[in-house]
Write a protein that binds this ligand. Structure first.
Ligand SMILES: [Zn+2]
Length: 354
């Protein structure tokens, strides 16, 4: 298995300022751990420096007026909203991070790798004409559009961030060729407040938007139960040409923004299961975009775990520095009830759930 990992030193300019949970040192700290772990010495692993995405790349997803607005705000250093600042250096970093996923896509398309990792990616709260939640442009969708330009007819997007991917889901809500599957903390308890089971897509896209809202306290075992009940069967029936997944370390038990209880080892199992699914359904073609995470102590090991799982590495040393909290007694039952409800709701559209 050959893999490309895209990273640029300037990613650290995506720093939303002192006191903001999204700081630029995440990239530097994560890369330091990756190097210590010998990630780039693994056979078949290529570290590449991306070129920035262009305005044309942004326009494959976003409205022209919205792109112009973000460029204008960035030039003047005016925030998009109270938690999503803009500046020339943030914009430069955003374009490089998007460029990371496009570079991975190009190398896979050229036959130089099967697997890709775009470090820092996954700005899933940005829609066609809006940003928010620290996100300016939706790199997940920009990647999907590039994959389609290279001939992918069906793309499966698996979102394993703790927050629902409202931007990505919105962009593809009426599209039957992009299957969006989100595993996130119950949006009744967390930003962005959408991503419930009945949101199944619309028009031709009805049945192609799958939300699995997990109760606070969901731990590794229950999460992996939900993932394995939903992702492999859907992937086998949908037969994507490519799988994209996004999400960083914010589902970790020590991350203050969410209330899921995933461990670093859990992250490894999540992306390994996705990678194994990709092996079975789309010749292993899979790009991971790990970017979120708001506890700097657990972010590097969690991102490492996600990447190692996506690359199919099993001989890895992954340990949390803190013990995980105790399992909540009713959590497995509640997760099973969510999965049953997802299957009942999607049954009319998917044979695998009948
Ligand atoms: Zn998040």
């Amino acid at each position: 298995m050959r893999a490309v990992i895209a990273y640029h030193e300037k990613f650290k300019q995506y720093d939303l300022g002192p006191g903001h949970p999204y700081r630029g040192d995440r990239f530097v700290n994560a890369m330091r751990l990756f190097r210590e772990k010998g990630l780039f010495e693994r056979p078949g692993v290529m570290l590449v420096e991306p070129k920035p995405a262009t305005k044309e790349d942004l326009l494959t997803v976003h409205d022209e007026d919205y792109v112009k607005l973000i460029f204008r705000l960035s030039e003047r250093g005016i925030p998009y909203d109270w938690e999503t600042p803009c500046s020339p250096s943030i914009l430069e970093a955003a374009l490089l991070i998007i460029g990371g996923s496009l570079t991975a896509c190009e190398l896979i398309h050229a036959g130089e790798a099967e697997r890709g990792v775009a470090v820092g990616g996954g700005f899933h709260h940005a829609g066609r004409n809006y940003g928010g939640g620290f996100c300016l442009f939706n790199d997940v969708a920009i990647l999907v559009e590039r994959l389609r330009r290279h001939g992918a007819k069906r793309v499966m997007v698996i979102d394993h961030d703790v927050h629902a991917g409202n931007g990505t889901s919105d962009i593809y809500y009426r599209d039957p060729n992009v299957l969006y599957v989100g595993f996130h903390q119950d949006p009744a308890t967390l930003y962005p407040g959408v991503g419930f089971i009945p949101e199944i897509g619309d028009g031709e896209g009805e049945g192609y938007n799958v939300n699995v809202p997990l109760p606070p306290g969901t731990d590794d075992d229950s999460y992996l139960y939900a993932l394995s009940e939903v992702v492999p069967p859907l992937a086998e029936e949908f037969k994507p040409d490519f799988i994209v997944s996004n999400g960083g370390s914010d589902p970790h038990f020590a991350d203050a923004l969410g209330s899921l209880q995933i461990t670093a080892r859990g992250f490894h199992k999540i992306t390994r299961l996705i990678a194994q699914t990709a092996e079975r359904v789309c010749h292993g073609r899979y790009i991971l975009l790990p970017g979120s995470g708001y506890n700097p102590d657990v972010l590097p090991i969690s991102w490492y775990a996600l990447i190692a799982g996506a690359l199919g590495l099993s001989d890895v040393d992954i340990k949390d520095s803190l013990p995980p909290p105790p399992t909540r007694p009713d959590v497995r039952k509640r997760v099973k009830a969510v999965v049953d409800e997802v299957k009942r709701t999607l049954k009319p559209y998917w044979r695998c759930f009948q």
